[in-house]
Each structure stands twice: as C-alpha cells, then as structure tokens.
Design a protein around this ligand. Structure first.
Ligand code: HEM
Ligand code: HEM
Length: 561
C-alpha cells in the first residue's frame, strides 16, 4: 500500500513521500525491517534523525528513493569521486610536483641515468618502487574515467527525462559546474606526471592561451611562470588538482545533494505516482543496502581494472621534452572532443596591425567549448522560454514524449561524438589504412550533417513510438496470431494491455505551442502582465515575441495527441 507522508518545509512543500517497504505492497503501514540488525539500524537512524535539522517535519530514515536503476547513476558518480579522493590521497604521499631535473636512479632500468623532472621521477617511483603504488595509480586513473563517464550518463538521464525543469533548474546549473570541474580536474591530473604525453597536452594549452587576443601572451607567461615550459606549471597544477578543484567539487556535491533531498527526486509516472508524492523504497534499510552494494561495485571494478589492465604507462612514453611529440598521442576521452575540434578546424589566421589572430586555435579550443557549456547551462531556461511551461514537474518525461528535446539531445551527442572520433583521426587512418586528409574531410562533413540527420531520424522515431504507444493503449497489443473468420476473412488479434500499463501510457500531458494571444495580448497596453498589453492585429508585438512563437511552434510541431 502506498502511504503518503507529508514533509513540511521540504521541496515545494506540497510533495509527500510514499514509502514502499520492499517491493511488495502489504496493505499495511510501511513494514519495519524484518531482521534484528535491520531494526536496530533503523532505530539508530531514527534517533539521529530526530536530532538533525534535516528531520524537521519528517523523517530522513523514511525518505523515499525511487527504485528505478537510472536514479543510481548520480550515486555512481558520487562513489567514484570518493574512490578518487581515497586513491588520490595515497598518491600525494609519494608524488613530488617539482620540475627540477634530476638523473633517474630507480628500478626501471631503461631510463637509468636519464635526466628527468622530479615529478616524472616520483611517478616512476610510485609505479615501480612504492609497494602497491602502481595499483593505486592505475585505480586512480580508471576511477577518473569512470567518474567522468558516470557524470556524463547521469547528465543525459536528467536531460532526457526533463528532470532539469522547475524547480530543479538551479541543481542543473550546479551539475553543469560539477561537469566542467571534473573535466578540468582530470586534465590537471594527467598532466602531473610530466611525461611526453601529458607535456604534449600542456603544449596545446599554451597554444590555446596564446591564441586569446591581446592578453594571450601575458596569460601564458603568468600560468607557466615565464617562457614555455617554465618551471611552475606542474606545482600549480598540483595545487589545483589536490586542493582547489577537489574542494570546489566536494562543496558543490554537498550543495547538489542537499538540493536533491530538499526538492526530492523526480520519479517515473505510473499508477499511484503523481506530481504530489514520491513513491519508492525507504532510506533504511532498502535504499541504504542497495546503495552500499553499488558503492562496493564502484570500488571493485576500477580496482580490478587497475590490477589487470594497464593504463597510462608513462615509462613507455618517456619524460617530456619540448622538441618531441609521440605518435598516436591521445588524451583521456573527456578531453578528446577538443583535440578533435582542433584537428578539424581549417587553418584560418588573420593579421591585424602586425598581430596574428589564430582562429584555427581560438575557435576550437576557446569559443567552441565556451558555447557548448553555455548551451548546457542555459538549456532549462531556454526550453522554459520556448514552451512557456512555468509549472513544477516531478514526474519524469519518457524521452519519446518530448520528441524535439530528445532529438536535440541526440543531435548534441552526435556532434560531440564526431569531434571525439576526429580527435583520434590519425589512429583511425592508421588502423583502417585510409587517407588522413580524406578522413578529416569526411569528419568535417559529418560534423555539419550528422547532427541534422540525427535530429530528423530521432524525432521521427519518437513520434512513431508515441503513436505505437497510443495504438497499444486504445486498440490493445498485437498477439501475433491471425484468425480466419467463418466467412474466410483473415484478421489479426489483439489483447488489451493491463490497466496499469494503460494508465502509464495515457497519463501524459499533451503540451501545445504558445498561443499568440497570451504573448500578444489584447492591445490594452496596461502592462499589468495579464497578457493584455500586446497588439490586436494578430501579429506579435516585438521581434523577440515573434521569434518565441516561431520557436514554440517548431518545438511542438508534429506532436501526437
Ligand atoms: C576528483 C576527481 C579526480 C580526477 C578526475 C583525477 C584524475 C587524475 C588523473 C587522470 C591522474 C593521472 C594518473 C596517472 O598518472 O595515470 C591523476 C593523478 C594524480 N592525482 Fe588525481 N584525480 C582526481 C582527484 C584527486 C584527488 C582528490 C587527489 C588528492 C587528494 C588526487 C591526487 C593525484 C595525484 C597526487 C596524482 C599524480 C600521481 C600520478 O600520476 O602518479 N587526485 N589524477
Ligand atoms: C560530481 C558529479 C555529480 C554527482 C556526484 C551527482 C550526484 C547526484 C545524485 C546522487 C543525485 C540523486 C540520484 C539521481 O537522480 O541520480 C543527483 C540528482 C540530480 N543531478 Fe546530479 N550529480 C553530479 C553531476 C550532475 C550533473 C553534471 C548534472 C547536470 C548537468 C546533474 C543534475 C542533477 C539533477 C537535475 C538531479 C535531480 C534529478 C531528479 O530529482 O530526478 N548532476 N545527482
């Protein structure tokens, strides 16, 4: 039985937690945990709960967590962050960020006597001379890949289900900031060992800085502590990597989670699940047990990978030297899209008053990422503006129900994927034995056409799936059997879908484009915000309003009602 529990002062103040104990519906109060240990844990939490501010008006112990797997993606990111902090702390005991050159005298014989930076030497020491060092280094690197991937997938879940809509726009903004910080943290991290691969990445950063008009040279001198490569960059990246960004990340994650608890989770629609309640398993013991299990998997998988699959063998790349670049150099995947943008950009430069504007570096590495992240930051607000949807939403959209949003999302992912693949164009050309220039031109074409094609295909697919849903709801689902009547006619048979499924298929809203009237008003010009201050001649009053109407029509066109 679903038992609504109202939580004063939390979220919109109107949503109630409906806690379902276990998966069964018992028709009674939410069941107490069956085992003695479970009951003891629950009672301990309740004691804490009564004494913490979070308990005001309700119980954290009985907070409902939706039990769909997609709500565990955020936790995947959370636990990989914990693993990164633990393994990173271990690494700080042995890593020396210095750039002074010393002759290497550790266990890796091929480099014995070679002049290398202290940072590089200490990374080799961690790998070959510190007990368990290589394992922890590799676990740290694998965990970083899992972390950024988890954030990416979590962000897609939030995007495609519309969980960024009112009242969660601020949490979306916090989330995008977490994403930017995670990418920056990863970049700083893999630049620390000062090997040939990471040095090549830093060289790209220097070009990026130099391409910024007017202040570029100063920025480069400031960051690198003088003429490239300078003597300060590794120390600065180190402080940023182990103190500054982790501090910001942890602070923002705490804020992010406070907002999740305060606003409560969204949930998938279905019988008994409304905009006014949250149905799910209680925090203790079901959710805690599930989450603890997930945390162990998150700790185990990178540890297994770290123990068995080699990653970033810096001894094979050699120490960084400004006059060398290794072939096939690839950054970690999350930075690959910038590399791809750099490789696809045609070589444009402009000379103005003796100064060179390097568009070929400025556009792909500064303008493009700035626009991409700006689009991510603004999306919830832009969608609200275009749809005129000011309502609070706590039920997840099924992606097919918002064909334009889903198609836009897939178009964005296609754009990103093309850039990522282009970042490895040399490796692809080598593996498939094709011309590098030919491949680059193909990628350029696909960068423009791919997102458009993806948009069109995905929108049609969403509409088709939605039409199919409605057909199932009204006409029933196909049984796969064909019957022949007495008069010889063949007809397919259908059976009605279950009432629960029918409810889920039909409970959707049918959003419509903004009507001209509220935007245009009745011409009263009283400016009282009641939609009655526009014109009466059927034309939008301003260019912005006309744009908004046009975008709204485009957003909602071809809908299935
Ligand atoms: C939160 C996200 C983090 C990410 C994405 C991240 C990522 C990375 C990456 C990719 C490396 C290069 C590893 C390698 O050499 O193969 C690295 C190195 C390092 N990280 Fe992190 N890291 C994170 C957090 C931390 C934290 C919190 C600390 C310290 C408390 C830390 C300390 C270190 C140290 C000392 C190194 C250099 C050691 C080495 O490369 O062998 N990291 N990090
Ligand atoms: C360090 C990175 C992050 C961590 C640790 C994290 C963690 C979480 C957790 C544990 C939840 C609740 C469970 C769930 O819905 O999955 C959540 C919800 C949420 N996250 Fe994140 N997140 C991170 C990054 C992001 C990013 C990059 C975005 C979007 C750009 C985002 C937006 C949201 C939103 C809007 C919710 C509320 C969703 C809902 O109520 O359904 N988060 N996050």
């Amino acid at each position: 039985m679903l038992l609504p529990r109202r939580r004063a002062g939390s979220g919109s103040g109107r949503r109630a937690d409906s806690v379902r104990a276990g998966r069964g519906r018992t028709g009674r109060e939410p069941a107490e945990p069956a085992t003695r240990a479970g009951r003891a844990a629950a009672s301990g939490f309740r004691h804490l709960d009564d004494r913490l501010p979070a308990a005001a008006g309700g119980s954290l112990v009985r907070k409902a967590f939706p039990d769909h797997w997609s709500f565990l993606l955020g936790e995947l990111a959370l636990y990989s962050l914990v693993l990164l902090i633990l393994t990173g702390t271990f690494l700080t005991f042995f890593f020396h960020p210095g750039e002074r050159e010393i002759p290497y005298d550790g266990s890796y014989l091929p480099l014995n006597g070679v002049l290398v930076s202290e940072a590089y030497a200490s990374t080799l020491d961690i790998s070959f001379d510190v007990r368990g060092g290589l394992l922890i280094r590799q676990v740290h690197h694998w965990a970083a890949l899992v972390f950024v991937s988890a954030i990416g997938v979590h962000m897609m879940r939030v995007f495609f289900t519309g969980a960024f809509r009112k009242p969660r726009e601020i949490n979306w903004v916090v989330g995008v900031t977490l994403f930017v910080l995670a990418v920056a943290e990863g970049f700083c991290g893999y630049s620390l060992p000062d090997d040939l691969l990471s040095g090549t990445g830093l060289r790209v950063v220097q070009s990026l800085l130099l391409s910024i008009p007017v202040v570029g040279t100063y920025l480069s001198f400031f960051l690198f502590g003088g003429e490239y490569p300078g003597e300060d960059i590794i120390t600065r990246l180190y402080v940023t990597h182990i103190l500054l960004i982790p501090g910001l990340l942890v602070g923002l994650v705490v804020l992010h989670l406070i907002l999740v608890v305060h606003l409560k989770h969204t949930q998938w629609g279905g019988p008994g699940r409304t905009e006014k309640n949250v149905v799910g398993q209680p925090m203790v013991p079901q959710f805690t047990a599930k989450s603890a299990g997930l945390s162990m998997i998150v700790f185990a998988v990178p540890t297994l990978l770290g123990g068995m699959v080699q990653i970033n063998p810096v001894w094979a790349y050699g120490p960084y030297r400004t006059d060398q670049v290794s072939t096939g150099a690839q950054p970690d995947w999350y930075v690959g899209f910038l590399e791809g943008a750099l490789r696809l950009m045609p070589p444009f430069e402009t000379q103005v008053w003796g100064h060179t504007f390097m568009w070929n570096v400025l556009i792909p590495t500064v303008v493009l990422p700035a626009l991409l992240f700006l689009a991510l930051y603004l999306y919830p607000f832009l969608e609200k503006w275009v749809t005129g949807d000011e309502a609070e939403h706590h039920l997840c959209d099924r992606p097919r129900e918002r064909p334009t949003r889903t198609a836009l999302g897939v178009a964005g992912i296609t754009f990103y994927a093309v850039l990522l693949l282009a970042g490895g164009n040399d490796v692809l050309a080598d593996v498939f034995g094709v011309s590098l220039n030919g491949l680059t031109w193909c990628f350029r074409g696909f960068l423009v056409l791919g997102p458009v094609l993806a948009f069109m295909v995905v929108k049609r697919l969403c509409l088709a799936m939605r039409a199919h849903d409605l057909e199932r709801a009204y006409a029933g689902e196909e049984t796969g059997e064909v019957r022949q009547g007495v008069e010889g006619r063949l007809e397919e048979t259908r059976r009605p879908v279950s009432p629960q499924e029918r409810y889920t298929l039909l409970m959707r809203q049918a959003p419509r484009p903004i009507e001209a009237a509220p935007v245009l008003g009745d011409g009263s010009g009283d400016g009282d915000g009641d939609g009655a201050e526009g014109r009466t001649d059927g034309r939008a009053a301003t260019r912005t309003q006309r744009l908004r109407l046009a975008l709204s029509r485009w957003y909602h066109e071809d809908r299935i009602e």
